[in-house]
Design a protein around this ligand. Sequence first.
Ligand code: SAH
Length: 364
Amino acid sequence: MTLEEILSKDLLEKADIVRLLATQGEEMRLLLKKAMETKFARLDNHVHLRGLIEMSNVCRKSCLYCGVRSGNAKVERYTLTDDEVVECAKLAHKLGYGSVAIQSGERNDREFTDRITRILHRIKAIDNGALGITLSLGEQTPEVYRQWFEAGAHRYLLRIESSTEELYYKIHPHDERHDFHQRLACIDSLLDIGYQTGTGVMVGLPFQTLDNLADDLLFFKGKDVAMVGMGPYIPHPDTPLYQYADQIPSVEERMNLTLKMIAILRLMMPEINMVAATANQTIDPMGREKAIMAGANVIMPNLTPNEYREDYLIYPDKACVGDKPEECFSCLDIRMKAIGHDILYNAWGDSVAFTKKNEKNQYN
Ligand code: SAH
């Protein structure tokens, strides 16, 4: 089959996806072009913002790739106060971002989970529920997910990290805190509760094959998720996985592979929300723009108070760590206009795929 024939298929099969992931040069350019056309046709040139609040780097887990893993004694641990989180949300509202995303290292003690509930109520009270709220707080019980949903969170991000169990255990310890099936169960529980559920993977991990990545895309489609986040893996020197840093694809290859993943998924799931992850910009100054041009439609500008950002280095040399929120704001608008995109201000920017699915369920 020619590339054009594959690109015009309604349903991509695994062999097609692997073939598309292997494209280079002109063929890759055609794939990205087709993805951008699909995005424009289905979602227009709109970009949605989520003001990112990195609430705490205290974490009970030890993911082998992550710079803030509990085993990394070099990290200075911090936790924002309730007031600090709410202030960030107010700033997001003032800047017209429309939504916030609260991310944190994983904690599941009652003090933490109740605190989040309190914070959610306070953010919801800003201008009568003006802000959309995404959470990214790791694995929790269905009860806790439900409690947060009822308190006003309506989107949740939990990357599967790899949908291949064998690879999952090469990048995580294999114990009761890092259990592949538990992570899957959490995603199912989020979907079941009614969150706009987002998942995703890192691209260019040691041991990861094109076959694995194709399975990841089929996994997202199979779960019919509303949002996906994918970014290049960036080796962190203070983590166990760093020992394989010489065995991964080059920076350029990881960037291109990420763009191809985004583009193929845009063809497979034309109306989901897809984020242009900060990791893209970290390995390439134009990385975020490239991801948007390949089919992503969401950006998460960082709102974490600057004094804490140096301590939320899940990977080294994270982009924009020194930028002030206001600077970030005008910079983004200009950058998006330059590539023919409009940021939609003061809107929640919900996943069109999710909204349509919900409407359909209501009338059935
Ligand atoms: N504790 C939360 C948030 C994790 S940080 C949770 O478990 O969901 C968000 C994402 O950053 C992770 O899901 C992971 O995919 C990504 N990440 C972590 N370390 C990384 C690295 N070294 N390079 C690239 N991405 C990384």
